[in-house]
Write a protein that binds this ligand. Structure first.
Ligand SMILES: Nc1ncnc2c1ncn2[C@@H]1O[C@H](COP(=O)(O)OP(=O)(O)O)[C@@H](O)[C@H]1O
Ligand SMILES: N[C@@H](CC(=O)OP(=O)(O)O)C(=O)O
Length: 441
């Protein structure tokens, strides 16, 4: 069994869906996970905002805005009258549903139901196209088997439900299902957070004991720097699970941060592939990878807040850090980076909903300084701590910038640098020139 996942851009038009169909048809048995047509989930989020703002006229208008896009998509994709009628009826049903909510009784439950519609639409359209082409395939509803509790996948239950679902289609080699969406412990429609279809594919891969999970997107694999901000980046052939997890966590948008976890549990390779250039090798993520390249990639994450707590009570004392960490635990706020001196500790967070309360509590321990609009730039590779030229290259490359924190040695795979967000693009470019063009690789 193989698991393929196609992102929003890969199903973003009729032409793209046809390309997907060519890639998935034939060969080994596959479960194909689809995201919503690109832009759809963002629009669904905006519709929810309108409901929360009690602006039903705006919500209805935003729903109607889908119409020209999907009319064209269906017209270009489907050519049998019967499948066009079915697709149009599906869309009318979805428009009616999206307009049916009560502005005075709108909460997270309805919001999550709305967010789920994009994947339900894209998979149905794809399946209609496959049926029209005579491809033997089955549409299997993720809401029947993707089960979570407290936001975590219930692997045993998913495995059981998935195998029961697959067993209902004994002669089928191609299964289409929705990424991102699931049901939770309250039997409500829920989701795996934005970008979560990658995670769906990896969970399904682990539960189906897949040979490989392939994430098909609009670029030929994980690049050695963020291609949105740096010119001349190139695809990395392989990454270890840990390297890929660091890059995804620290901003490499190509991969949802949790994607590698389920695959790693079962040692299943994850391959990143380009839907538009299927013959390109892509990137393979697995337990091992070529160690001769010190720096594999550079990524950056915005929206970081740095907090410094200075206290003379820290001097020669123990237990101070425990008290600091306890405050973050009390407010369920994870810490990303941390550096300490004898009288101060600096740390970063990207979850800021409880920040005012956290600061109030920290002020009982010492003097607190807060810097927002920060970014973590992260240099990822294997055994970085054994190669002093890498860290010296990083420090030298960024000497003209206002570096706020450096974290080195926490793991062998990662050097993290905190800088003001306004310097992020410059930092990515400076590191690119320093680490790739000056014979480190
Ligand atoms: N290091 C990186 N390597 C490759 N792509 C990256 C990297 N960092 C950011 N990206 C961006 O990730 C995008 C693909 O991810 P995403 O938008 O989630 O795709 P999809 O629509 O297939 O889910 C690419 O178009 C690219 O701009
Ligand atoms: N459609 C969802 C889930 C997803 O994973 O999308 P994509 O694969 O296009 O990033 C979102 O936009 O968040």
């Amino acid at each position: 069994m193989l698991v393929y996942k196609f992102g929003g851009t890969s199903v973003g038009s009729a032409e793209r869906m046809m390309q997907v169909s060519d890639i998935i048809t034939g060969g080994e048995q596959k479960i194909v996970v689809l995201s919503a047509v690109s832009g759809t989930t963002n629009s669904l989020v905006t519709i929810c905002d309108a409901y929360y703002a009690k602006d039903k006229t705006l919500a209805d208008k935003l729903v109607e805005d889908f119409r020209p896009k999907y009319d064209k998509h269906i017209y270009d994709l489907l050519h049998d009258e019967a499948s066009r009628v079915e697709a149009n009826a599906l869309m009318e049903e979805k428009y009616a549903l999206l307009k049916s909510y009560d502005i005075n009784d709108f909460s997270e439950v309805q919001e999550r139901e709305i967010h789920a519609q994009g994947e339900l639409i894209s998979t149905k359209l794809m399946h209609l196209y496959l049926q029209e082409k005579g491809v033997n395939s089955a549409l299997i509803p993720a809401l029947d088997f993707m089960r979570t509790e407290n936001g975590e996948p219930l692997y045993d239950e998913i495995e059981k439900r998935l195998s029961a679902t697959l067993a209902q289609h004994p002669n089928v080699d191609l299964f289409i299902t929705q990424g991102y969406i699931c049901t939770n412990e309250f039997e409500q429609v829920d989701n795996l957070k934005r970008g979560g279809s990658d995670y769906t594919a990896s969970i399904i891969g682990a539960c189906a004991n897949a040979k490989e999970v392939q994430i098909w997107t609009d670029i030929d694999g994980m690049h050695n720097n963020d291609p949105r901000f740096v010119e001349g980046t190139k695809a990395v052939e392989c990454l270890t699970y840990d390297e890929a997890a660091e890059l995804a966590y620290f901003g490499a948008k190509i991969l949802h941060p949790l994607t590698v976890l389920p695959a790693k549990k079962k040692d299943i390779p994850v391959r990143l592939k380009n839907t538009m250039v299927p013959e390109a090798f892509g990137t393979v993520i697995g337990p091992t990878c070529d160690e001769s390249i010190p720096v594999k990639s550079i990524a950056a994450k915005n929206g970081i807040v740095a907090i410094k707590i200075r206290s003379s009570r820290m001097l020669m004392a123990y237990g101070f850090l425990k008290n600091v960490f306890q405050i973050f635990e009390d407010y369920k706020t994870p810490i990303d980076m941390i550096t300490t001196s004898e009288v101060a500790v600096s740390l970063t967070v990207d979850k800021t909903d409880a920040l005012p309360q956290i600061i109030e509590d920290l002020e009982k321990l010492g003097c607190v300084e807060v810097d927002d609009n920060q970014s973590i730039v992260c240099v990822v590779g294997q055994n970085l701590i054994e190669d002093a030229s890498v860290v010296s290259g990083v420090v030298k490359a960024l000497e003209s910038l206002k570096v706020r924190m450096i974290s080195y040695g926490g793991s062998a795979n990662n050097i993290s640098i905190l800088i003001p967000t306004e310097n992020k693009n410059e930092a990515l470019n400076l590191l690119h020139s320093a680490l790739y063009n000056e014979s480190l690789v």
